[in-house]
Write a protein that binds this ligand. Structure first.
Ligand code: NAD
Length: 261
């Protein structure tokens, strides 16, 4: 087993589910101590028990917080530093898809809600974690964008706007902070089978969502959904010292689909 994260501290938002949980499991297996943030306390507890199954010696701090609340973001960063004294890696990941509809029907409240979580939440995370990392003069950050942040997908005004925004923040902050030994990357996952994607397929057809899913992945060069653990492997690499010179970029993980549209 690789020990790329021995002695390292990794902070993850949206850690109660999907990509956040899979990444927590991967870095913990490789030696990391974890600070895990989510809105949902029960799902955080579940992630912690799964982490301890694969990494019994991991120290795990759980913080229930809403990433749209800047004070709460400042607090999750402070609590992490209070316990672990540093932050080596930050997976700035919490997000939602929101409802799907044509732009003219896209509710203003829905638009604001999606942008508030996916974009403002990521910005607040960057703002407060970068303060810590600049003092340390090291750190790696991975922001969760999406294929919807580098291509048009359709029916997702809020999601597309927020994820393109995450790409912009990544490029902007990456060029600002490289000089301090900090690298900032974004990932652009395609359809990865997590509770978020299941809910999205159910928006299309509650009863036959699995069939809808099969049709959905038909155009993908690999003709399948990605697996959360495949994103976990990528995030672990991008948070590790091995990827320090990769900065201000967006890395698709989508079976090649974004080059096919
Ligand atoms: P998920 O729904 O399985 O997990 C998201 C987690 O974020 C949940 O535990 C949820 O409670 C938490 N969360 C939501 N709003 C929050 C808030 N305001 N404050 C704190 N926590 C909050 O979703 P996922 O598929 O794991 O997605 C994770 C990230 O990856 C999201 O940003 C998503 O947009 C992005 N992404 C996912 C896919 C995919 O196919 N799964 C594709 C592209 C991008």
């Amino acid at each position: 087993m690789s020990n790329r994260f021995d002695g390292k501290v990794v902070l993850i938002t949206g850690a109660g589910s999907g990509l956040g949980r899979a990444s927590a499991l991967q870095v913990a297996k490789e030696g990391a101590n974890l600070s895990l943030v989510d809105l949902n306390t029960d799902s955080l507890e579940e992630t912690k028990s799964k982490v301890l199954e694969v990494a019994p010696n991991a120290e795990v701090l759980l913080i229930t917080a809403n990433v749209t609340d800047e004070k709460a973001v400042e607090q999750y960063v402070n609590e992490t530093v209070k316990k672990f004294e540093k932050i080596d890696g930050f997976f700035n990941n919490a997000g939602i898809e929101g409802k799907q509809s044509l732009t003219e029907d896209f509710g203003i409240d829905e638009f604001q809600k999606v942008v508030n979580i996916n974009l403002n939440g990521v910005f607040y995370g960057l703002k407060h974690v970068l303060k810590v990392m600049r003092k340390q003069e090291f750190g790696s950050i991975v922001n969760s964008a999406s294929v919807g942040g580098i291509r048009g997908i359709g029916n997702q005004s809020g999601y597309a706007a927020s994820k393109h925004g995450v790409v912009g923040l990544t490029r902007n902050s990456g060029i600002e902070y490289g000089q301090y030994g900090i690298s900032i990357k974004a990932i652009a996952p395609g359809a990865i089978m997590t509770p978020m994607v299941e809910a999205s397929l159910k928006q299309i057809d509650q009863e036959n969502w699995e069939e809808v899913g099969k049709q959905f992945v038909e155009p993908n060069p690999m003709k399948r959904f990605g697996k959360p653990e495949e994103v976990g492997y990528l995030v672990a690499f991008l948070l590790s010292d091995q990827s320090r010179f990769i900065n201000a970029v967006v890395i698709p993980i989508d079976g090649g689909q974004s080059y096919k549209y």
